[in-house]
Design a protein around this ligand. Structure first.
Ligand code: MLT
Length: 327
């Protein structure tokens, strides 16, 4: 009996050691390309993961939605069909209403406000909500950035210029309400279809962060860029919760550390590319306008009132009133 106990313990220890030494490559889905601000974060995460695990853990990025559209990728991670992904939060309100917070207009005033909020207990609360609802674990609140409108119809110098323009929103009823309140003819469409829809005139307008507009070459099919800054869009780096739970504790810690090291690098790149690409988009022929945003805020205030309870009034108020700690 004594011999059996020792043998079983030894087997267990050997098993644990083998698990801690697991070699694995994680497939990672990205909606954008290899030069994008999303890729900067994912590649830095992969580099740190490989370094910290001494080469055992690596990533294989799949760019431009090669593994599926954003909603499918979130579902796929939850079902264990896709290992990891970075996405905008646009489709995530469909899994849990707290994520509609990121669709509500003019909640976050600048990057510091948004990032400090996500790095606080509210970011943990949101991560826990999506883990329960969709079975995905957020490793880092990377960012897509503030979103801005583009169109092929006319320069937007004032809110009235948006009237009647066929505008694509992400798959979110809050976004449809927002763009209807702003005067457009708004309808939702999956990200994978947007470029062709703009090219063919099925849609005339869309909105995305500056680095995204550049990465997917929207300047080829859109002449006008409006600095509307209507929402801050995170781009959480995620892993299937079951997959994460199946890793050894040591490898879970390595994964979290790699994500923590990649986060500031991604956020800095996002900001730097935003500044750089406004000029480049102008050089590529886009006309940039900066309308007074006060009438925009006024027009969409009823959208916040309409959705506030469903998103969670406490969460919305916490976001609106959040004071980043001063250094
Ligand atoms: C979208 O507009 O659907 C997204 O912002 C695309 C993305 O994740 O970059």
């Amino acid at each position: 009996m004594k011999h059996f106990v020792l043998t079983a313990t030894a087997t267990l220890l050997l098993g644990t050691a083998a698990m801690a030494q697991e070699t694995r490559t994680f497939d990672v889905s990205l909606p954008l390309g290899a030069e994008s601000h999303q890729a900067v974060g994912v590649l830095k995460f992969g580099e740190e993961l490989e370094r910290l695990s001494e080469g055992r853990l690596t990533i294989r990025p799949h760019y431009d939605n090669a593994l599926g559209a954003e909603r499918e990728v979130v579902e796929g991670m939850g079902f264990g069909l896709i290992d990891m992904g970075i996405t905008s939060t646009g489709p995530m309100g469909g899994f849990t209403p707290e994520f509609l917070l990121f669709d509500l207009p003019y909640i976050f005033s600048d990057h510091t406000h948004a990032q400090a909020f996500l790095d606080s207990e509210y970011g943990d609360q949101l991560a826990s909500a999506i883990e329960t609802a969709a079975g995905v674990k957020i490793l880092a609140w990377m960012e897509n950035g503030f979103r801005h409108e583009t169109n092929s119809v006319r320069p937007i110098n004032e809110i009235g210029d948006l009237k009647g323009i066929k505008h694509r929103t992400q798959e979110s009823s809050v976004q449809v309400d927002t763009w209807t309140a702003l005067g457009t003819n708004a309808s939702p469409m999956a990200w994978t279809e947007v470029f062709t829809a703009l090219q063919q005139g099925v849609m005339e307008s869309q909105e995305n962060p500056i680095p995204t507009i550049y990465d997917v070459r929207f300047y080829e099919v859109q002449d006008y860029l409006t600095i509307s800054q209507h929402v801050y869009s995170p781009a959480p780096l995620m892993i299937g919760a079951q997959l994460f739970g199946s890793l050894s504790e040591a490898d879970q810690a390595i994964m979290l550390e790699a994500a923590e090291l990649a986060l500031p690098v991604q956020r800095e790149a996002s900001l730097a590319l935003e500044e750089k690409y406004i000029d480049e988009l102008q050089e590529l022929g886009m006309e940039v306008t900066r309308p007074d945003l006060a009438p925009f805020r006024e027009a969409v205030a009823p959208v916040i009132d309409k959705w506030k309870d469903q998103v969670g009034a406490d969460l919305v108020d916490a976001a609106l009133n959040f004071e980043p700690a001063s250094n």
